[in-house]
Design a protein around this ligand. Sequence first.
Ligand code: HEC
Length: 334
Amino acid sequence: MLPQPFVRQTFTDKDINPYISAESKADVLNRLKGYRYGSMFLPPGKQPSVIFPGFDGGAEWGGPAYDPKTGLLYINANEMPWVLTMIDAKKRPDKVETFAAAGERLFAKNCMSCHGQNRQGAGNYPSLIGIEKKYTSDQMLALLETGRRMMPSFKDVSKQEREAIVAFITGDVNEGQRKLTSPTPLDAYLDLPYDMTGYNKFLTTEGLPAISPPWGTLNAINLNTGKIAWKIPLGEDENLTKQGFPQTGTENYGGPVVTAGGLVFIAATKDQKMRAFDKRNGKLLWEAKLPAAGFATPSVYWLNGKQYLVIACGGGKLGAPSGDAYVAFSLPGK
Ligand code: HEC
């Protein structure tokens, strides 16, 4: 069937990561028994479903690069199973609630999808366990009003409800007894029957993806034939390479650019590298370490007769350290 798929379309018990211990494999199989899996189009439900090729691609948001000379479309992708679980939402009761009860209900509605069902956090979303030791309640209320970086503002939630959420996460017993008298007006659209427990990757007990590699790839698709011209794992986990793993590719965020001179440039991997590949066959021609992972798409530009490539190196995802550098490389040429 054309165009050829550039990522695996399903995750099943046949795709389990072969580089894990027998106990770990048994654990993955056991968890999988409780999940729905095997299709890209599983509706969310209370029985967990495996989201594959993943919440964050398949294809990455950096967008593909296209080369009119070769007719090839270059696209980086992830192959990571995630587990999606819905739970019944607690309805707002008719009677006046305590802050403790309202806080618990509102946490599930507003915070759980990122901070987790047990406030344990996941990926880029910090754990809120013991958060009362780090911030005062007033500091947390200020944070809920403004938001911070990837944390949204909750100004649309009434002030009293925000106070109730903070009373719940700090476990403040006195505050917990207060009564919620001015809730946010009920919006039928937002008054949904289910809440989602969070963005959870399907990882093994070793912390590896439950699926066999590659976990990240760069693909060249011939748009004239619909066939894949070449496909390579993108990125490397040095710890795994040292343990004898073949190149696994890493999850990646960002995109490629292709030049008239015949190169595909891409960073996007968590190993903090910028790479150049031969656009015809995917052969690695050059790589350089960046000050932080370049989870971005590079730009190519000319200045005073010289060609440059620039990338934003923000890092801060996939456990890679954060950074704030823009790095420009200059290409030889006229
Ligand atoms: C869309 C995801 C998302 C949602 C929903 C969300 N948060 Fe966050 N939260 C984050 C992220 C990301 C951070 C880290 C912010 C940063 O990097 O500065 C954060 C940080 C925090 C922190 C500070 C943690 C620390 O250790 O510094 C608190 C407290 C917090 N969130 C509470 C809440 C509460 C309470 C709610 C619900 C009302 C909520 N968050 C909803 C994503 C979210």
